[in-house]
Every structure is written in C-alpha cells, then in structure tokens.
Design a protein around this ligand. Structure first.
Ligand code: GDP
Length: 325
C-alpha cells in the first residue's frame, strides 16, 4: 500500500491500515521515516482531534485493571478509545512487558477499542517521539479518546506530559511516608490524582490518602489554565467501578473548560514547539553519527579524553567543522 492509500484507509477508520501506519512510524529505516513524515502530513489535513489522556503509575498500582474498567465503560457508551503504551523498560529488554496479551483482555476485544503495545526502541527519547506520532495516527483514525499509558519511573512521565492534553497519576492507598516520596515535579505535572483500590479493606486508607494528596496539591500553585478545584485528587476502584463515572465527568469537564478558554490550543502549540526542537536536536545528533562528521567527532573526543583539548574548545571546533560554529 502506498502512503496515500494508507492515509485514506486510516481516515476511513481501517484498523489494519492504522496498525501498519504505526509500524511504519516505528521503523528506523530512513526510507520508512520519509514515508512516515509524508503520512503524518497527509493525515493532518483532516484536522481531527481526540482527547489525549496521559496515565502514569508505578507497577502494581492497577493501571491495566483501571484502563480495562474505565475503557470498557466509555467504549460501552459508544466512545472510541485507543490505548498506547509508552514503556521505558522495553528500551532495555527489546520487548514489551506492557504488550502482554493478557492485559486488558475484554477491552482489547471491544469493537470500539484499539490497544497498541509499546514500541521497542533503543532509547526513551525515541519511544516518546514515535508515541506522539502514533497518537496523531489514532486521532486521524477517528478515536475520541487516546489514552497514553506509562510506567511511573521518572523520565517517561515528562515525555508523556508533553504529548497529552490531560495528565493523570494513578496512585495506591498509602501511608504518609510513601506520600512524601512522591516527587514534586511529578505532582506538578498531574491534572488529577486518582487513588485506586478504594474498596474493601483498603477503603479507609484510600480515603485518607486522597485527603493527603488533596492537601499536597493545594500547596502547589494553581495554574491559570485550570478551573476552580484543579488539580484534584479522587478515589476510584477499578475492581468495583466506584468513582469511575465521576472521574470521567471531571476529566471531560476539565477538557471542555480548557477548550472554551483557549488553554487547550495553547498547550498543543507549546507541545508542537517542544517536539520541533526535539526533532531538530535528534537530527543534528544523527548528523554527528555519519561521515565525515563522525570521524572529526571521534578524533576530538579522543583529544578531549587525552587532555589535549578542553571540552569547550573541542565543541567549538566540532560546530565550526559543520559550518555552524
Ligand atoms: P499495573 O502494574 O499498574 O498495570 O497493575 P495491575 O492492573 O496489573 O494491578 C496490580 C494488582 O492490583 C493486581 O493484583 C490487581 O488485581 C490489583 N488491583 C487493581 N485494581 C484494583 C482495585 O481497584 N482494587 C483492588 N483491591 N485491587 C486492585
């Protein structure tokens, strides 16, 4: 299938074309990359936008169970939902733990849902850049909601926050000590904190944890792009389904508010600028990996290591050799 045919099929909602398109953008081959860029440009014209929802949480907090329950609820209401995983561990193993077939079993069979495991890429930056493009493809394919899931291990959250419209942290009921271990930067990224497992024996702890997070969130500066009460903390139970409707009401309410007040478009514009810089940075680095720059780069690196040139002087020389000094 040529790129135009693929674009038309994706716009028509063809799942196989979507899957092939995502495989194309994940490919490292230069000719594939060129086709991928053409494909993304062709799809942009349709101007379709989904709600991009980022979801992060440490392993075991209940992400798969939550996405299954939350996704089924929305899919049953007729919403079309795509789930993409950004999994930094796949960078190490070369495979994807999030791609495990047994995860989200019901949702993966729902006609309104599409689940795509994490790409296996050499490094986190690559995974994030390609995930962002995969989101664009899902939007073009007509999904209402694109959920981008990531394991909370630091770097990946920052990248997912640069992709999504609304960022959610999924947390487990916890004592005060664990709460203090949550990094401020991660709290600041969150639009909502959902405390999962608010059921059975854990209900009391969960209620207290919600209050603790709500208190912590109030201490952070309120952002101009948010209505009263945000960022907020809420209890949910992926098991019992408690709180899921309310969580969706809050999420869609926040999305509507930001759209109406222009913050939605501003955030997307900032993100586009960010990814433009990232692409250029990446492109420049790959120039250094090719001859003749590679030879000069390696020679200068040896000089620096041997103490024959300062890092600053060598860097200037490198840039000058590229004609950009
Ligand atoms: P993930 O690693 O974040 O994807 O977490 P999983 O979805 O695999 O869930 C981790 C564990 O927590 C599993 O044993 C789940 O059965 C359990 N779990 C998930 N959601 C809930 C919930 O709402 N309530 C309770 N009590 N347990 C849950």
């Amino acid at each position: 299938m040529d790129v135009d045919g693929m674009a038309a099929a994706i716009l028509a909602g063809d799942r196989r074309a979507l899957a092939r398109g995502i495989t194309l953008i994940e490919s490292a081959r230069p000719d594939h990359r060129e086709q991928a860029v053409t494909l993304i440009s062709a799809l942009r014209g349709a101007g379709r936008q989904a709600l991009r929802l980022g979801l992060s949480g440490t392993p075991g907090v209940g992400k798969s169970t939550f996405i299954e329950a939350f996704g089924m609820k929305l899919a049953d209401q007729g919403k079309r939902i795509a789930v993409l995983a950004v999994d930094p561990s796949s960078a190490r193993s070369g495979g994807s733990i999030l791609g495990d077939k047994t995860r989200m079993e019901q949702l993966s069979r729902h006609p309104n849902a599409y689940i795509r495991p994490s790409p296996s890429q050499a490094h986190m930056g690559g995974v994030a850049r390609r995930s962002r493009e995969a989101v664009a493809l899902c939007e073009a394919a007509g999904f209402d909601l694109v959920l981008i899931e990531t394991v909370g291990v630091g770097q990946s959250e920052t990248m997912v926050a640069e992709i999504c419209d609304i960022f959610i942290l999924l947390m487990a009921p916890a004592g005060g000590d664990e709460l203090q271990g949550v990094k401020r930067g991660i709290m600041e990224m969150a639009d909502m904190i959902l405390v999962n497992k608010a059921d059975g024996e854990l209900l009391t702890t969960a209620t207290r944890t919600v209050a603790d997070y709500a208190g912590a969130l109030r201490l952070l500066r309120k952002r101009a792009q948010d209505p009263q009460g945000f960022p907020k903390a809420m209890p949910v139970s992926a098991y019992s389904g408690a709180g899921l409707d309310r969580a969706w009401d809050e999420i869609s309410g926040l999305a509507d508010w930001r759209r109406e007040h222009g913050h939605w478009a501003l955030r997307r514009a900032d993100q586009a600028a960010h990814w433009f810089r990232e692409e250029v940075r990446h492109g420049l680095l790959s120039v250094l990996e090719r001859e003749p720059a590679r030879g000069i780069f390696q020679r200068l690196a040896v000089n620096v290591a041997a103490g024959e040139a300062s890092p600053e002087a060598a860097a200037r020389q490198m840039l000058a050799s590229l004609g950009r000094g």
